[in-house]
Design a protein around this ligand. Structure first.
Ligand code: ADP
Length: 242
């Protein structure tokens, strides 16, 4: 596979608002390789959520091409796309989107079951994901019996269960205090270390500095790409310039 897990080539998205055209994304190019986390920052209305919904095959680009795992979305049928969404992509939205009538482990196992995994096996995978996130003892609770931080971790477990290649997270720490926010970033980073690619929208520069790259968007355009600030990992990884 050339390129990355996610590749956007000259992607634009125009919405019609009455008779007005809203240019939510303009000619965005982006490659996210396996094992990498890209943070996306930008003011409200700059196109961050649009970028995630297009990268996640939830909406189509107006022009340009999106490739997930090397496959152009434009060449896929509706069924191919929904299979890709279930199998390859994990989503974490700000409002968590947990189903209130299902327990934590049932919520996590649901995407696997929808994809044809037998209930017992899906549940076992769901339990493993919850264990990894320190939530084994919360598995049989319903979402309204969990704290905000716990609900968010369940949503992350659901996004990383199975062998998802790509994690798309819209303000995953938005509703959390700084301790829980950092814990969530650590979990996403751990998933990346196992080979997942992640795109994380955040307002928090501190949390964005955990990413391999930070992308700034303004008015639908990528205006800057910043390498991470030097941290312990980058000091170990990089040879000093000679
Ligand atoms: P952000 O996530 O950075 O706040 P969005 O991607 O939600 O920005 O929105 C980018 C622009 O596109 C905004 O001007 C927004 O009003 C517009 N937009 C987003 N979704 C729609 C839609 N479904 N219909 C019309 N305009 C939309």
């Amino acid at each position: 596979m050339s390129g990355g897990v996610l590749e956007l080539r000259g992607v634009s998205k125009t919405y019609l608002d009455g008779s007005d055209e809203v240019h939510a994304l303009r000619e965005v190019d982006l490659v996210v390789e396996a094992g990498k986390m890209v943070a996306v920052m930008g003011p409200s209305g700059s196109g961050k959520s649009t970028l995630l919904t297009i990268a996640g095959a939830l909406e189509s680009a107006t022009s340009g091409e999106v490739l997930v795992a090397g496959q152009p979305l434009s060449s896929m049928s509706r069924d191919d796309k929904s299979r890709l969404r279930r199998r390859a992509i994990g989503y974490v939205f700000q409002d968590f989107n947990l189903l209130p009538g299902l327990t934590a482990v049932e919520n996590v196992a649901l995407p696997l079951e929808l994809d044809g995994t037998k209930a017992g096996k899906a549940r076992a995978a769901g339990m493993r994901a919850l264990e990894e996130l320190g939530l084994a003892d919360r598995a049989s609770r319903f979402p309204d019996q969990l704290s905000g931080g716990e609900r968010q971790r369940v949503a992350i477990a659901r996004a990383i269960v199975g062998d998802h290649r790509l994690l798309l997270a819209d303000e995953p720490t938005g509703a959390l205090d700084s301790t829980n926010g950092e814990a969530v970033m650590r979990l996403i980073l751990a998933a990346c270390k196992r080979g997942m690619a992640a795109v994380v929208v955040t307002h928090d520069a501190q949390l964005a500095s955990w990413a391999d790259r930070v992308l700034f968007i303004r008015d639908g355009r990528v205006v800057d790409r910043t390498s991470p600030r030097p941290g312990p990992d980058s000091l170990l990884a990089e040879e000093p310039a000679r």
